[in-house]
Design a protein around this ligand. Structure first.
Ligand code: FES
Length: 156
């Protein structure tokens, strides 16, 4: 029996198929959504409905470095918004977006569980506490330096 996206050709496997794509590629592209709709014989609107309903699914590529800026109460009162605004300006992207070199994605979170270190930022799982725009800029410049010979991760 034909099998694509790691699932049988059965519309009830839509979520599993989307999970499979995301595991392989990191996000679900328009072409993936079309392919799944065709394979499982469900309307494209249903594929999008499911992909946008569940937070686990991403419809855009993500960068190699996920920068999560806390906007929880403790971080907010200590300058979390200033940090987020700085980061958006410095990288030239908005929340949920990824830089053209595919290095950085900005995310906003409600609490990183490190309130004593407010304002906090998490980069690929590592917490950076008591941040300010200067420190954040230095960390990003350091990452860019380390990655300058890395191949572009531009998705196809
Ligand atoms: S509010 Fe920012 S870590 Fe908790």
């Amino acid at each position: 029996m034909e099998e694509k996206f790691g699932v049988p050709k059965d519309p009830s496997y839509l979520i599993k198929a989307l999970q499979h794509i995301q595991e392989e590629k990191g996000y679900i592209s328009m072409k993936d959504a079309l392919d799944v709709a065709e394979y499982l014989d469900v309307p494209l609107s249903k594929v999008y409905g499911v992909a946008t309903f569940y937070e686990q699914f991403r419809l855009k590529p993500r960068g190699k470095y996920i920068i999560r800026v806390c906007q929880g109460t403790a971080c907010h009162v200590k300058g979390g918004k200033t940090l987020l605004d700085f980061l958006k300006d410095f990288l030239g992207i908005g929340v949920g977006e990824t830089t053209d070199d595919c290095l950085f994605t900005i995310e906003r979170v409600a609490c990183l569980g490190a309130c004593a270190l407010a304002p906090a930022v998490e980069i690929n799982g590592k917490i950076y506490g008591k941040m300010n725009p200067d420190k954040l800029r230095d960390i990003i410049i350091e990452i860019k330096e380390a990655e300058k010979n890395a191949k572009s991760c531009k998705p196809v």
